[in-house]
Design a protein around this ligand. Structure first.
Ligand SMILES: Cc1cc2nc3c(=O)[nH]c(=O)nc-3n(C[C@H](O)[C@H](O)[C@H](O)COP(=O)(O)OP(=O)(O)OC[C@H]3O[C@@H](n4cnc5c(N)ncnc54)[C@H](O)[C@@H]3O)c2cc1C
Length: 445
């Protein structure tokens, strides 16, 4: 059989449909893509396996895609050829003297936090256990602490990449700097397979968190007041302002300071009488747990835009009205909108300094919808139409910019929206490191 010749050349296991672990190492997190099943999965055992598999895939004309945590919104880590499951590349080494942290290219968030915690050092990471470092970093990586500490990719110091010819290069500010530039926000799966990443970490900071909830009739006021708080707040404070189709308005926040400071910053919001208002001191690690996000999965779609100023009342009303009219699905809380506080340290880096271009945003406006396997095609169509209409309706109040890591397969002008002024340079890097476009997917550079 074709894949036997791969199995003979690697240390990792080649899995075929029906094998134990085949599904867990290849099924996309987003069930919208559950029908895409690879011909085989290689659970790589070492970085060498990656180079060997790429050479084998070339010789045998088999499309290959890397999979970290499988959390791509658009299912870009699964194909019908060979999936490279990187999850065994999960060694984490933290140097207590330099706070440099080297992690395997498939390391997932839970393991990474656990490895950092004994050293009381950190860098911006995602808030979901199974998201992996590869996709997160290569697409930028935004955390609740990013307004103070920057993006995940801003903390990147160097990375080892297996290129389209199977060779390995290290890139950093001084070695292959153009590839290093592209690895900081240009998007996973484009330039090679990153087998390890080294980050500059920093000491953790005692924190405070908040969770405030309101009934729906407060929605417009809360959005207006909370945006203004975020606009004028120190970089230590980051808010996520949410509306869900279940009829709840929420503000979740992380402040790198005390609960007393946080209470003072939130004064105008607490005055609007939330039905729940928890504001508490936390250690850094307690705050990580507090903003930790578990999602039931299912099938979902998300669309984003950025804005460099608070949304005006007209746009806020548009959001509130649309979420109130979410068409429904088997997931009762399945539709929503959220404003993620960006800016601060994210914007201290120039637009062209890294491939991540959104260096003037104050908020990421994220719109999402979800459904279950028991929903019929009409429900899915209605949900996607709702999402598209809302994305269009807020266009005049937002920038034509979208966050590549909340990948939107239905975005037509994705080149501009994801990459902005960095597109031409990304295309140059692609030509240089992957001239025959071995790494391909629908929204590849
Ligand atoms: C529940 C959930 C929570 C999230 N939370 C956050 C968050 O807090 N902050 C944030 O910024 N984003 C967040 N995201 C978005 C997330 O950053 C992206 O979905 C990211 O691409 C996931 O990375 P992954 O490795 O898990 O996914 P995968 O689907 O495995 O990979 C995504 C893409 O990157 C490529 N890739 C993966 N690893 C490598 C590698 N080592 N080398 C080269 N290419 C690689 C894949 O081929 C694919 O194209 C979240 C997504 C979900 C579903």
């Amino acid at each position: 059989m074709k894949f036997d010749s791969l199995a003979d050349r690697v240390r990792g296991r080649v899995l075929l449909p029906g094998d134990d672990a085949f599904t867990s190492s290849s099924k996309p997190f987003n069930d919208r893509y559950a029908d895409i099943v690879p011909a085989a999965v290689l659970s790589v055992a070492s970085a060498d396996d990656v180079g060997t598999a790429i050479k084998w895939a070339r010789e045998n004309d088999v499309p290959l895609v890397a999979r970290g945590g499988g959390h791509s919104y658009a299912g870009t880590s699964v194909n019908t050829g060979l999936v490279l499951d990187l999850r065994a590349l999960a060694d984490v080494h933290a140097d207590p003297d330099t706070a440099l942290v080297t992690v395997g290219g498939g390391t997932r968030m839970r393991a990474l936090y656990e490895a950092l915690r004994p050293h009381d050092i950190t860098f911006p990471l995602g808030n979901s256990d199974e998201v992996a470092i590869g996709g997160l970093t290569l697409g930028g990586g935004v955390a609740a602490v990013s307004r103070a500490f920057g993006l995940t990719c801003d903390a990147l110091v160097s990375t080892d990449v297996v290129l389209a010819d199977g060779s390995t290069v290290t890139c950093s500010a001084t070695e292959n700097p153009d590839l290093f530039w592209a690895c900081r926000g240009g998007g996973g799966g484009n330039f090679g397979v990153n087998t390890s990443f080294t980050f500059q970490a920093r000491p953790v900071v005692d924190s405070a968190t908040c969770l405030l909830l309101w009934d729906w009739d407060h929605a417009v006021d809360v959005l207006l007041v909370a945006q203004e708080i975020q606009r004028t707040a120190p970089d230590a404070l980051s808010l996520r302002i949410g509306l869900t189709s279940g009829g709840v308005v929420s503000v979740v926040g992380w402040h790198l300071g005390s609960a007393d400071e946080l209470r003072a910053l939130l004064g105008p919001l607490t005055a609007t009488r939330p039905f729940r208002c928890d504001i508490e001191d936390r250690t850094y690690w307690e705050a990580v747990e507090y903003v930790h996000h578990e999602t039931a999965g299912g099938a979902f779609a998300g669309r984003t835009r950025t804005t460099s100023v608070p949304l005006p009342e007209e746009a806020v009303r548009t959001l509130v009205t649309a979420v109130g009219k979410w068409p429904g699905s088997g997931n009762p809380d399945g539709g929503g909108a959220a404003l993620f506080g960006w800016g601060g340290a994210i914007n201290a880096v120039g637009v062209t300094e890294t491939a991540f271009p959104h260096r003037d945003a104050l908020f990421l406006v994220s719109l999402d919808t979800s459904w279950t396997s028991s929903d019929g095609p009409q429900v899915v169509r209605d949900n996607l139409a709702w999402l598209t209409a809302l994305h269009e309706d807020i266009a005049e109040h937002t920038d034509n910019a979208s966050y590549l890591n909340f990948t939107d397969p239905d975005l037509t002008d994705w080149r501009q929206a994801y990459h902005g002024p960095n597109l031409a340079r990304l295309a140059e890097v692609k030509r240089r490191y992957d001239p025959d476009r071995f790494f391909r997917f629908s929204q590849a550079v």
